[in-house]
Ligand binder design. Sequence first.
Ligand code: FAD
Ligand code: NAP
Length: 482
Amino acid sequence: MLNVPAQAFPAPGSQQRAALGGRSKVPLKPGRSLMDWTRLTKSGKDLAGLKGQLIKVTEEELAKHSKKDDCWICIRGLVYNITPYMEYHPGGEDELMRAAGRDGTDLFDQVHRWVNYESMLKECLVGRMTLKPVAVTTEACCAISEEKRLLNGMLPKIKVLDSSSKDLTPSYEWFQTDYLVTVVIYTKQKGINSEMVIVDHQDGKLRVDIILRNYSYLLHIELSYAVQEDIAGLYYRKCKLISKTEVTHDTKLFCLMLPQSTHLQVPVGQHIFLKQIIAGTEIVKPYTPVSCSLKSDFKEPSHHDSTHLILMIKIYPNGLFTPELDHLQIGDCISVSNSEGSFKKSQVQTLEDLFLLAAGTGFTPMVKLLNYVLTNVCSLRIAKLLFFNKTEDDILWRSQLEELALQDKRFEVQFILSEPTKEWMGKQGKISSSLLSELVKRSKKDSKTLICVCGPALFTEQGIRFLQDLGYSKEEIHSFTA
Ligand code: FAD
Ligand code: NAP
């Protein structure tokens, strides 16, 4: 479910999570912290108790749910089942019970201006009120106008794509208050996360791109009124360059800020396209976003990941695209597409051995992949990067890689140089069968293995061929391509 404030349109679920209300805090039981609540909301449990359906709630119905073990409240026209939240509320159960079965908007606005309850309670959403419920009166409530609680835009579920794949096609509904748009997507696919949804807002229209099972489902919602259906190719939005920092003598980190109304989180192993008009011609090139570092304590994607893109780009003085890119000044804008790519997280879910063969900027898809596997794949025993470069000066994030290898025993890096100086003590040469048979070895017989290859086209082709000759199956090899 997406909750999108109509004013600012921050990323769904990315809002800072704050405790609900409460001037006076009560001691919470162990296992009832905000973090525990966040974990529970992400567990997939049916917290609203309606198996994912949203309903229209009458005042009478709301009033029936006024007990501690069955407690609904209404905030700004939306009804939440807060029964599961009771024990997690820092202000205590009694404070929440003051709004049980009623409209708690004014009460909560007065006690503590809730800015984040939509995000915190989104899994508890029951539906919307059919009529204005009776509000809990407080001295401060008279400033809230009736209009503020009115809802509009509620539409029946709509089939988004063709009707032939009836069971699998997601459907959706949406509704809007004066400052919040909620889009509910119904799908049978499990494990939906924010990387699968891209949201853009422009000229009063909400554009939601949902990526499910290799299909992209597009919603165009004209806020408050019509809903249109549309299928389109790559969608570009203008992003602002906010920093440009050197990584090596020829490679830079470009940090782009997405428009405020865009939520775009590029999944691991995927790339975006940048578009520029060069000498009157539209030129498009693919780039793979990286994370800001290879921190060993990397956790879930942060808010930053859906508001910014970090690109590690080598500038070729004779190149067509990159010199123009290099001329961009801080504050300039560039068009950025939606993400694409064939890599699936399921390829690494139960992985034991991961080998990464990267040449030059072919390192870029390995960055997020490493962050992901080292943090999320419990079965992982080895993550080994074979990094091919011409000279030592060309090695991207060398010290970070060496640091990571010291911090995480599962991670190992081997630098292989094709044009080393005499002083180089490490490996030298090019990708070859003998080199791969020496450096790519399963941790145990039949270990679940994946080998990812990325670099110049010929490097990748050769790498795949050598690996197959060494007995690795097609399923065990992934190459990143556009
Ligand atoms: P080009 O004009 O393509 O030239 C590149 C070099 O080749 C120059 O040195 C040029 O002189 C030389 N050259 C061009 N044509 C010829 C020719 N006919 N014969 C001989 N030499 C020639 N790059 C990154 O830096 N970071 C990334 O994250 C990244 N991600 C990518 C993801 C994917 C899926 C793919 C496919 C590529 C990715 N790339 C990435 C590469 C990127 O898309 C561009 O190819 C790269 O930036 C070069 O673009 P350019 O137009 O500046 O250079
Ligand atoms: P580079 O500095 O030219 O080369 C890096 C290393 O690869 C060097 O050791 C080089 O050896 C070796 N190498 C280059 N071509 C080779 C070949 N044909 N066979 C064997 N080894 C070869 O690399 P770069 O300029 O950073 O280029 C990186 C490439 O990766 C670009 O082509 C880019 O398009 C691609 N890339 C692809 C993706 C993706 O997702 N598909 C992402 C990022 C980058 P030598 O000294 O012998 O040349």
